[in-house]
Write a protein that binds this ligand. Structure first.
Ligand SMILES: Cc1ncc(COP(=O)(O)O)c(C=O)c1O
Length: 384
């Protein structure tokens, strides 16, 4: 059967086929340590699981749900945004709960993109931006992020060439580079969007990981006119498999996206929504505990990367460490394959995030300290 044209050039998601290769190696007894994927290995807070369990026991919680999500969850999101980001959001009209933030990327593209519209995506950046925009028919254009520019967009360069873009995806703390935003850059971004009439999609799932000062792009004055923000409980609350995210912005934007999304799914299981609301009420202790673990792991990852003679910025944040590889390698794929086949350790090649990542690798913090140490020892035994 011929597949639809819209899927031309859209491959299977890199990790989906790489995991198959790792699976095959494991079946052959290789016991691969996977330092690739960013799925938190720790559980959510016990109160969150208790809420899910208690709510699921009730006989009347199993029906279809409101397309706009439960008011309990929307209120919790509104309070969470106020408490941590100092952003006011109207719980009734400016919040749309999502089944994970990844689906929001697709919904936004399907809502706004016409055939041939220019959609700007970061290079390096999360591969889903490109895939979703392409499926929606966009003319996908990369804007390059460079280390010497703090991995920030070069607004003058973009403005010169792509002033006619309709949508721009932005993501700070940035994945894969771990770069934090600054207020000044966020202000420039909002001003740039207003000057050029571009809708900014700010993808913000990492702001609580190894970062004391979470920031929302919506905290910038006037941002609601030009920004939709995506956020997620996957990383901040160890709930990646639960699929809970959110889309926040002006009422008009929420209404636009609901026109598409309400035709795609029929709401989210209510006990999951109520448990997610519970998670959003957690205090500072929760984030401190999670970050204590990631901090210790990050030190171990730094050691591992030194073993590989990679260089990196120790102030980066998020669930990964991004590191430049030694120049003796042709590219990141050579290093990644050498480590995978020589040491049975998988490290993500930075090139999968775009050409600017070709001389970088990304190491995940979602594995125990002991495993990271074992990976380092295996790599030390490899003839590099
Ligand atoms: C930059 C970025 N955005 C979005 C997502 C998707 O997160 P969610 O689990 O909320 O769909 C990820 C997940 O890895 C990510 O790295």
């Amino acid at each position: 059967m011929e597949i639809a044209k819209r899927l031309e050039g859209i491959g299977e998601y890199y990790f989906s086929h790489k995991l198959r290769e790792i699976d095959a190696m494991n079946k052959a007894g290789k016991n691969v340590i996977n330092l690739g994927i960013g799925s938190p290995d720790m559980p959510p807070h016990p109160d969150v699981i208790k809420t899910l369990y208690e709510e699921a026991l009730k006989p009347n919680q199993h029906g279809y749900q409101n397309y706009k999500g439960s008011p309990v969850l929307r209120n919790a999101i509104s309070k969470w945004y106020k408490r941590w980001y100092d952003v006011d959001l109207d719980a009734d009209s400016e919040i749309l709960p999502l089944i994970g933030s990844k689906e929001g990327i697709m919904h936004i593209c399907m809502t706004y993109v016409n055939e041939g519209d220019v959609v700007l995506i970061p290079n390096p950046g999360y591969p889903t931006y490109r895939a979703a925009a392409k499926i929606a028919g966009a003319n996908v254009v990369e804007y390059n992020l460079k280390k010497e520019n703090n991995w920030f967009p070069d607004f003058a360069e973009i403005e010169k060439n792509y002033w006619d873009a309709k949508i721009m995806f932005v993501n700070y703390p940035q994945m894969p580079t771990g770069q934090l935003p600054t207020k000044k850059m966020f202000e420039e971004l909002v001003a740039f969007a207003k000057r050029n009439d571009i809708l900014i999609i700010h993808d913000n799932p990492y702001s609580f990981i190894l970062n004391d000062a979470p920031m929302s792009l919506l905290s910038i004055e006037g941002a609601k006119d030009v920004v939709i923000e995506l956020n997620s409980l996957s990383k901040s609350h160890n709930m990646a498999g639960w699929r809970v995210g959110m889309l926040v912005g002006a009422k008009e934007r929420i209404d636009d996206v609901i026109r598409f999304k309400s035709n795609m799914d029929s709401g989210m299981f209510l006990p999951v929504q109520l448990a997610a609301a519970k998670a959003l009420e957690l205090g500072e202790d929760w984030y401190d505990e999670v970050n204590k673990v990631y901090k210790a792991r990050r030190e171990k990852v730094f050691e591992l990367l030194r073993t590989l003679n990679c260089s990196f910025d120790e102030n980066q944040v998020g669930l990964f460490v991004w590191a430049a590889i030694p120049s003796r390698y042709k590219d990141c794929y050579e290093l990644s394959d050498e480590v995978l086949h020589g040491s049975n350790v998988f490290i993500t090649p930075g090139g999968i995030f775009g050409s600017e990542g070709e001389m970088y690798v990304r190491v995940s913090l979602c594995t125990t300290k002991e495993k990271i140490d074992e990976a380092r020892k295996r790599i030390m035994n490899l003839e590099l």
